[in-house]
Design a protein around this ligand. Structure first.
Ligand SMILES: [Ca+2]
Length: 231
């Protein structure tokens, strides 16, 4: 079984839980999303999009459906003029007006390629004097804020995004087991070394030591196995 299939099993186990949908849809490539959609259909006899629509609503639903369409430009080309325009559009749709026109954020964040978006974020900082993440936090809330932030963070640095998700699933009281397991399984053979490096950089502790201190028993054994060595 492929890792995607395994992570889907957790996905299904957790139902269409929002955080899980966000993690998966914000981080996967078009091809991976298409595979997930096909696997979901095969195993459930229903479309993932229908289930997502049944469980979510409003603008958050629109963003998820747009991500499920797997239509992101995956080239590396940056259109300079368009990047400047995108940054302006986002500024005018958010900080520069009363309320927020979320559709503009959706249009730019769900279809543009990574290099282009990194350029848009730079330009946005110049125009608004703020990081785009700060503006998303100021303009939006709840699941919609979470999904836009996840897209931006994944574009900037995907291993750092997952390092933060792992950290937040463990720190404080108790551990969000489903998040921890799902991410560890999904990323084990993909970018765990990068995630561990980011984790150490961001939190000054190894992921290995964090898991060791926060979990126990067979569960800890499995997680440490997925994590690999201390380094
Ligand atoms: Ca506003």
């Amino acid at each position: 079984k492929s890792l995607i299939t395994i992570s889907l099993t957790f996905f299904q186990g957790a139902g269409t839980e929002e955080a899980c949908l966000i993690d998966i849809l914000a981080s996967r490539s078009n091809a991976e999303k298409k595979e997930i959609i096909a696997t979901y259909k095969k195993e459930h006899g229903k479309s993932l999009e229908d289930d997502v629509c049944g469980d979510t609503s409003g603008m958050f639903q629109r963003v998820l459906v747009s991500l499920l369409a797997a239509g992101r430009d995956e080239s590396t080309k940056v259109d300079e003029a368009q990047a400047v325009q995108d940054a302006k559009d986002i500024y005018e749709a958010g900080e520069a007006r009363w309320g927020t026109d979320e559709v503009k954020f959706l249009t730019v964040l769900s279809v543009r390629n990574r290099n282009h978006l990194l350029r848009v974020f730079q330009e946005y900082q110049k125009i608004s004097g703020r990081d785009i993440e700060d503006s998303i936090k100021r303009e939006m809330s709840g699941c919609l804020e979470d999904v836009f932030l996840a897209i931006v963070k994944c574009m900037k640095n995907k291993p750092a995004f997952f390092a933060e998700r792992l950290y937040k699933s463990m720190k404080g009281l108790g551990t969000t087991d489903s998040v921890l397991i799902r991410i560890m399984v999904a990323r084990a053979e993909v970018d765990m070394l990068d995630i561990k490096a980011e984790f150490l950089k961001m939190y000054g502790k190894t992921l290995h030591s964090f898991i060791k201190g926060d979990t126990s028993g067979d569960y800890r054994k499995i997680l440490l196995e997925l994590c690999g060595g201390e380094k």
